[in-house]
Design a protein around this ligand. Structure first.
Ligand code: TXA
Ligand code: MG
Length: 321
């Protein structure tokens, strides 16, 4: 299959994407978090093409992206008053909410679960396409299963070139890490995946439960080995205090630069000015860059655990397995 990469802002690209979605095909689209691989959420065969292109196991459910707030009631039951408060505060935006699903959502989308993960993207291209399409769109991150999420169209091409017909290039994504995923448990907000909407901000709406269990039934895709670069990766508190195995080619990823960087052949830093948002936006790109050099080991420095830093550290720890 030939993969076409087209500029997202062109009207012709939007029409082409809509044609493919209507025909039950998949299309890679930018969201404000990472690029997604989109298909008609109400068409099981179209959704099956997502799993096929990504080589994603069928037990790992997808996120459903809504065309508007009103569509929420068609796909799920909102259950508690917390949900409309959250959607009002954070939608469109990088917050995914797991809710009891309605029959309209095919089982393949939710991997047979009774719940469905829903969000509304704030990316203007995505918003335009899903609004014109007028139906919910299922879209996981547009990478092969277990790999790092794509934050640029070129990453999608590396991951899925030859497997998808169309990639809309909307430039680098704004946040660079995937949406926060929550569910409501007895009036509290449980964070299943940390992300751009932080625990601090969610705490204004209900008490927060940080995730304790790694039970597969809660978030089937939250496998510890997710976001893995090819090279082995270790995380450290500070590069200065790390001494790696000798004779190995080690690549270093630092937060804002480090006096220890000269010890490494390949290095990258997440944010020279120490800005956590910039660091999040750069994270997957920098990991890809280091991985491309084929090092024996990548050593990555943890960032301050505040704000979106918690989500960055979660990804780094996961990449370390
Ligand atoms: O920012 C994002 O959320 C991106 C963009 C493209 O929207 N999407 C994304 O999708 O990261 P994906 O499939 O790569 O990750 C979704 C995660 C998976 O770990 C999946 O297991 C979990 O959400 N998930 C989906 N439905 C669920 C459900 N009903 N209950 C619990 N976890 C669920
Ligand atoms: Mg993913």
């Amino acid at each position: 299959m030939q993969t076409e990469v087209v500029a997202a802002e062109l009207e012709s690209s939007v029409s082409r994407a809509l044609e493919l979605l209507d025909a039950g095909q998949v299309v890679a689209l930018p969201t404000e978090t990472v690029y997604g691989l989109a298909a008609d959420a109400l068409n099981p065969e179209a959704v099956a093409r997502i799993f096929e292109a990504k080589e994603r196991p069928l037990f790992d459910p997808l996120i459903v992206h809504l065309p508007g707030q009103k569509a929420l009631a068609q796909v799920s039951e909102t259950e508690t008053k917390i949900v409309p408060r959250l959607t009002q505060a954070f939608w469109p935006g990088p917050l995914t909410i797991v809710l009891r699903k309605r029959a309209a959502i095919p089982d393949i989308v939710t991997a047979g679960l009774e719940t469905v993960a829903v969000r509304m993207s704030a990316n203007p291209i995505f918003t335009k396409i899903v609004a014109k399409f007028g139906r919910p769109i299922a879209a996981p991150s547009a990478n092969r299963f277990g790999q790092i999420s794509p934050t640029q169209a070129s990453h999608v091409l590396e991951e899925l070139g030859g497997r998808v017909p169309l990639i809309l290039d909307g430039g680098p994504t704004q946040y660079g890490i995937e949406s926060t995923i929550v569910r409501i448990v007895n009036g509290s907000i449980e964070i299943l995946r940390s992300g751009p909407v932080t625990a601090e901000r969610l705490a204004d709406f209900a008490p927060i439960i940080e995730r304790k269990s790694t039970s597969a039934s809660i978030a089937p895709g939250q496998l510890p080995s997710h976001y893995a670069p090819r090279a082995k990766l270790v995380v450290v508190d500070a590069l200065e205090s790390f001494s790696g195995p000798s004779g190995k080619r080690i690549a270093a990823l630092s937060f804002r630069g480090s006096t220890a960087l000269h010890r490494y052949r390949t290095t990258a830093q997440l944010s020279e000015r120490g800005d956590l948002r910039e660091a999040a936006a750069n994270l997957f790109q920098k990991l890809r860059e280091l991985d491309r050099q084929n090092p024996d080991l990548i050593v990555a420095e943890l960032v301050p655990e505040q704000g979106i830093g918690a989500a960055i550290n979660e990804r780094l720890r996961r990449a370390a397995g």
